[in-house]
Design a protein around this ligand. Sequence first.
Ligand SMILES: Nc1ncnc2c1ncn2[C@@H]1O[C@H](COP(=O)(O)OP(=O)(O)O)[C@@H](O)[C@H]1O
Ligand SMILES: [Mg+2]
Length: 423
Amino acid sequence: MKVLVVGNGGREHALLWKLSQSPLVEKLYCAKGNAGTAKLAENIPIEPVDVKALADFAQREGIDFTVVGPEAPLVAGIVDEFEKRGLKIFGPDKKASLLEGSKVFAKEFMQRHDIPTAEFHIFEDPQKAKNFIKDFSVPVVVKADGLASGKGVFVCKTYEEALRAIDTLMVKRSLGEAGKRVVVEEFLEGEEASYIVLLSGDRYVPMPTSQDHKRLLDGDKGPNTGGMGAYSPNPFVDEYTEHSIRELVVERLIKGLKAEGIHYRGFLYFGLMLTDRGPRVLEFNVRLGDPEAQPLLMRIKGDFLKTLLDFYQGKEISLEIDHRHSLCVVLASRGYPEKPEDGKEVFGLEDVERMEDVIVFHAGTELREGKVYTRGGRVLNVCAWGSGLQEARERAYIAVEKIRFEGMHYRRDIGNRALSRFS
Ligand SMILES: Nc1ncnc2c1ncn2[C@@H]1O[C@H](COP(=O)(O)OP(=O)(O)O)[C@@H](O)[C@H]1O
Ligand SMILES: [Mg+2]
């Protein structure tokens, strides 16, 4: 089979790595990929959001199956475009993708279907939002309605910060149309968890649990990012918690989708805060998380392409999970997330390739004359397996030490909270 993966990041490299293990694969393609995907697939110079050009390519090339990594093409309707042309593609259509494409839609959907989430209010007028915030308790969270690549959420400790967030999003329109409406919501305390399922209509299969690290700096300091590291499994999701996530969140969502006539097929990601009153949904993502996908796919055994195809065709599937733990450290460019530098040569990758139980997935890299250069904020995902979280963590950081590029920075505390709590 010819399989196309849409996207440029570490998640897509990990997907290709996993899919490439399938004997069903004849050739892999990636649009538009990076220096890492180039080793497994043919990189196609088409932007992931250029859905018409991608569908043209898939038709011309006779692609048998397409898997979409990022949210932007899904929200732009890539699935609708492919299906219109009879092309097989794994992901939700434009309507279902609103669960991520609009936080207002998601919050109102949760309210309609009694899915536990933070208390919230929606505003279209900055003055009204500010007046409301003055009487609300702090900390308070301000969120842009539309897609923002991790830059649309402000966790504000003071009123002044919250007022500034409103100005940034609604008056200065730093994120354009995405900040036309905002959600102002209650601050939730607890551990975060990423819970991802394969969903098709009313059938769902949970993937292994994981935890992301959203903040830029150690100790959860600094601004939110796309994610600075992740590991799997997430020990904060014990059996009891998983049961309540399934019952109160996943199953209510499935019922809600059915009631509203929305058919969903693809990965669905529940971003959760595990509070002492139970799990609360922070947001939905209509795809695998990045970087969670990396440690998560590392723990799936067997032929994942066959699993996806079977699931797509409505057959029963079960995921065989590796009992080892996995952990991923994101290496970022100087200036990330605000203004990342580009074009720095990356050294040390060959040393890491020789290590056992370590794998590096590329994110913002490009290949020029046989050399790897940075291209974007999150550059590499250094990942390792271990018999426990501690071992996976140690191995990953030993590998990190071997890699360098100018301005490289990363968090040194991925997995630490889980380790201090559970070991
Ligand atoms: N209500 C909340 N209480 C506490 N922290 C929150 C809340 N909402 C979001 N956050 C923090 O902000 C991060 C990003 O928020 P999220 O809703 O997932 O938006 P996005 O991923 O689109 O940026 C979360 O991972 C979490 O760390
Ligand atoms: Mg999120």
